[in-house]
Structures are given as structure tokens and as C-alpha cells.
Design a protein around this ligand. Structure first.
Ligand code: UDP
Ligand code: MG
Length: 313
């Protein structure tokens, strides 16, 4: 009988230091899981260091190693999408190159699919040990907020590290949107999901590619991609202010009729103008966010561009 295949997708951006550790670790796991044929699919996301050459070396030595190299840095979301599209396995897993997604969990994840009948197994870290406290705080706030605003559930601490059956992978690939927010997409497609929890692990080598601002922008991406509540918010604030102004107009008319004195009170007028125009700009900004996303979607630009793969070596 032909062995079933499992694809391990690894997005890499400037990971020359981490890849050798990752390779050693994943080969150890593959040796344990003998019933499966492995394929390691590295995505070089426009690295500026020696990542590509290292991947070329590995792919020459080991035929399980495949790689896709982008023409520039397209971001982790694009790298994951490319990996899912190009993976040939009956099962597919996504892992970071820095060993923060422990490959040692893979046998347990596989067994949940094989023996317990799940379609996909996700992982979440229960601690945020080793992370700046302010970052953890904002992350928690973000999950609270987005889960209030979106019908699609986002699990706090969920990693992109997961194992999926071919069916789930095909479902994810069928979502071809340009503004990709994977945590939401995985949740959107549904299927029976098992969650495995683990303690946060610090990266083996190299450094994180995510600054606070990048994460903030990514969080906004998540909100605009999976919720239209902010748009509704703009209308609600608009209605409230219309009502308030009606009350204020009535108040002023009555006050003038009874007491005269029509010119006093211009400071309050200025304050109100500032407040209301501020709110108007804020709401226009929200609409602008959605408009810009729509604009990018309608262009139908490719999510990634491949420069070379292991077949070119
Ligand atoms: N990554 C990528 N493209 C990018 C940024 C990151 O492919 O533009 C990869 C990176 O090489 C790593 C994974 O995404 O394998 C997670 O990145 P990182 O460890 O820097 O994020 P953190 O774990 O700190 O959130
Ligand atoms: Mg990491």
C-alpha cells in the first residue's frame, strides 16, 4: 500500500540561524512517524540573508526538502497561502521555522485526526512567557474586542501551527482573498477542530520579525477582514449626534424665545463644532479603511510571486 503523505509548510524570512535547528528537529519527528511519507516545504519569503542558499543545500541532500522562493518579501500570510497551494500531502501542517511551534506535538496531532476523527488540530499557547507584558495585554484586549465584533470565533493564543486533512486545506485554498487573516480563515471554514495546548517556547535563534506596529496593523487587518461592526458604529454615532443636536436646537430656540440673548455661548459652539467634525472624520476614516481593502481586493493582484523552486536547483 502506498504511504500517506504529510506536508510540513515552513514560512522563512531571514531564518538562516534557525533553519538548521528546525531541520534536525523535524527529521527526528519524521523518523518516529514511519507510517507517513514526509515533505518539508520551505517558503523563502524574500529573505535578505543566506536562507535561500541553505534551503538549496538541504534540497540537494534530502529529497524530502522542497522550497519555494518569492521574488520579494510578501509577508507570512502570503507564505502560508503559497505553502498550502503547493503542498502535495494528504495531511498538511504549518510551522514556524524558529521552533516556537514544537514539532514534537505532531504525532499527537496526527493521532487526533487518524484515531479520534477530527478534521483539523490547532494549537494554542496557554502562557505568553517571555513576551513583553504590554504586548500580552494588547493581545488579550484584541481577542476580547474581535470576538465581540465578529461572528467568526478567534481563539486567544491560537498559533498558526495546525494539522489539517486535505479536505480542510482545499477549503482554505478556495478562499482567495487578498487581505488574508489566517486565524479567521481557519475558523471560518469550520470542520471538527481539536485544540492542543502548550507552554510558550522562545525562539531558538534569530529574532522576531514582528514589531508592535506590525502587530497592530495586523490586528486591524483582522477586524476589517472579519467584522463590519465598525461601519455600523459610524451610523450609530451619527444617529446619536443627530438626536442630540435636535434636542440642543429645541433648547436654544426655546431659551432665545424666553430670555432673548441670542449671541452668547460661542465657546460652547466652537467645542461642539470641533467634536462633531472630529467624529465625522473618525467615521470617514472607518469607511476609508473598508474602501481601501475593497480597492485592493478588486485589483486581483497575485498574493505572491515565485522566483524559483527546488526544481530549478
Ligand atoms: N515570517 C515570514 N515572513 C515575514 C515574517 C515572518 O515568512 O514577513 C515567518 C518567520 O520566518 C517565522 C514565522 O513567520 O517562521 C513567524 O515569525 P516570527 O517568529 O518572527 O514571529 P513571532 O513568533 O515572534 O510572532
Ligand atoms: Mg516566532
Amino acid at each position: 500500500m502506498k504511504k500517506e503523505k504529510i506536508s510540513v509548510i515552513v514560512p522563512c524570512y531571514n531564518e538562516e540561524k534557525a533553519i538548521p535547528y528546525f531541520y534536525d528537529e523535524i527529521t527526528k519527528i519524521s523518523d518516529k512517524m514511519k507510517s507517513l511519507e514526509f515533505e518539508y516545504l520551505f517558503i523563502n519569503d524574500g529573505s535578505k540573508d543566506n536562507t535561500l542558499n541553505i534551503l538549496k543545500e538541504y534540497s540537494k541532500k534530502d529529497k524530502r526538502v522542497r522550497f519555494i522562493s518569492f521574488s520579494r518579501n510578501f509577508g507570512k500570510e502570503a507564505a502560508m497561502y503559497a505553502g498550502l497551494k503547493e503542498a502535495k500531502g494528504d495531511y498538511v501542517t504549518l510551522m514556524d521555522a524558529d521552533l516556537q511551534d514544537p514539532p514534537s506535538l505532531l504525532p499527537e496531532m496526527y493521532s487526533a485526526i487518524k484515531n479520534e476523527g477530527y478534521d483539523t488540530v490547532g494549537t494554542r499557547r496557554v502562557t505568553r512567557k517571555g513576551e513583553p507584558p504590554i504586548r500580552s495585554f494588547f493581545a488579550r484586549m484584541f481577542y476580547k474586542l474581535i470576538n465581540k465584533m465578529s461572528k467568526v470565533e478567534m481563539v486567544d493564543g491560537a498559533r498558526d501551527y495546525r494539522l489539517m486533512t486535505r479536505q480542510v486545506v482545499d477549503a482554505i485554498i478556495s478562499l482567495e482573498e487578498y487581505n488574508r487573516y489566517s486565524k479567521g480563515l481557519f475558523s471560518f471554514v469550520g470542520f471538527n477542530t481539536k485544540w492542543i495546548e502548550f507552554e510558550n517556547v522562545e525562539r531558538v535563534a534569530g529574532e522576531t520579525k514582528w514589531s508592535f506596529w506590525k502587530l497592530l496593523i495586523y490586528a486591524l487587518e483582522g477586524i476589517t477582514a472579519f467584522s463590519t461592526v465598525p461601519l455600523a458604529l459610524a451610523s450609530v454615532i451619527g444617529i446619536i449626534f443627530c438626536l442630540l443636536s435636535l434636542v440642543a436646537i429645541l433648547f436654544i430656540i426655546i431659551k432665545t424665545l424666553i430670555f432673548g440673548d441670542p449671541v452668547s455661548g460661542w465657546p460652547s459652539l466652537v467645542c461642539i463644532i470641533f467634536l462633531v467634525s472630529g467624529i465625522q472624520l473618525f467615521c470617514m476614516g472607518i469607511i476609508g479603511q473598508y474602501l481601501s481593502k475593497t480597492y485592493l481586493e478588486t485589483k486581483k493582484r497575485p498574493i505572491y510571486i515565485i522566483k524559483e523552486t527546488e526544481k530549478d536547483v
